[in-house]
Design a protein around this ligand. Structure first.
Ligand code: 3PG
Length: 220
């Protein structure tokens, strides 16, 4: 591994200003393009203004474009980015940030040059150390619950106290606080705010209410 160039610290500051706006980031997979805007609007109206849309469906990029246009007050992240090519697609649709489930050298290198900040996924201290060497200071901790949970993040804080995390994977309304109470956790993410049954039923009022409750309960 040769590291020619490190991430500029402005990218870390940009991520901080996005994550400061929300303690909870809904992780959203859009199955039907027409759901994108009403679903996003319900979450934003409920008080959750930072959203992650995963690239797990064919309509994801179009959904992100529509949400960027219709919801100017929201910060839209593109998630499940596995390759530099997908990172580039996220840039092209106007992503405010990029989230990856894990981190490869190729992604770390691409992120160093990109104008769009990345929250790289890590689940071990060695992965964290690699990102650290590239200049990354903010990470997704994934899959959180099966990788040691809040205890692991607390332990990461001993050798690398400056790193801060957004854990996702198995976070619920019941365990979110155990993460959010740690000094090195900036926010949590998860799919529990957009239950499939509610999305399928187009229950936007119900989702707005779920978002409102989460925004109120986990307020800074
Ligand atoms: C993610 O990519 O962050 C996860 O799929 C979200 O995990 P969850 O469905 O367990 O909340």
């Amino acid at each position: 591994m040769t590291i020619d160039k490190q991430l500029p610290s402005t990218r870390t500051a940009e991520l901080d200003s996005i994550c400061l706006k929300a303690e909870v980031i809904p992780v959203i997979t859009i199955e039907r393009l027409e759901d994108a805007v009403p679903l996003g609007r319900a979450l934003v109206e409920g008080g959750l203004t930072v959203l992650e849309i995963t690239l797990r469906t064919d309509c994801a990029l179009d959904a992100i474009k529509r949400m960027k246009e219709a919801l100017p007050g929201a910060s839209i992240g593109v998630g499940t980015v596995l390759t530099p090519a997908q990172y580039r697609q996220a840039e092209q649709v106007g992503a405010d940030f990029v989230v990856t489930p894990g981190a490869t050298e190729a992604l770390y290198r691409y992120g160093v040059e990109s104008p769009v900040p990345m929250l790289p996924g890590v689940s071990t201290i060695s992965e964290l150390m690699t990102g650290w060497q590239y200049g990354y200071r903010r990470f997704k901790f994934f899959p959180a619950e099966s990788s040691g949970g809040a205890k692991a993040i607390k332990a990461f804080g001993a050798p690398i106290p400056e790193a801060r995390f957004c854990p996702t994977g198995g976070i619920t309304v019941d365990n979110a606080e155990s993460y959010l109470s740690l000094p090195n956790v900036m926010c949590v993410g998860g799919s529990w705010l957009t239950p499939k049954a509610m999305v399928d039923a187009e229950d936007w009022d119900g989702i707005r209410e779920l978002a409102r409750q989460a925004a109120e309960r986990f307020h800074h």
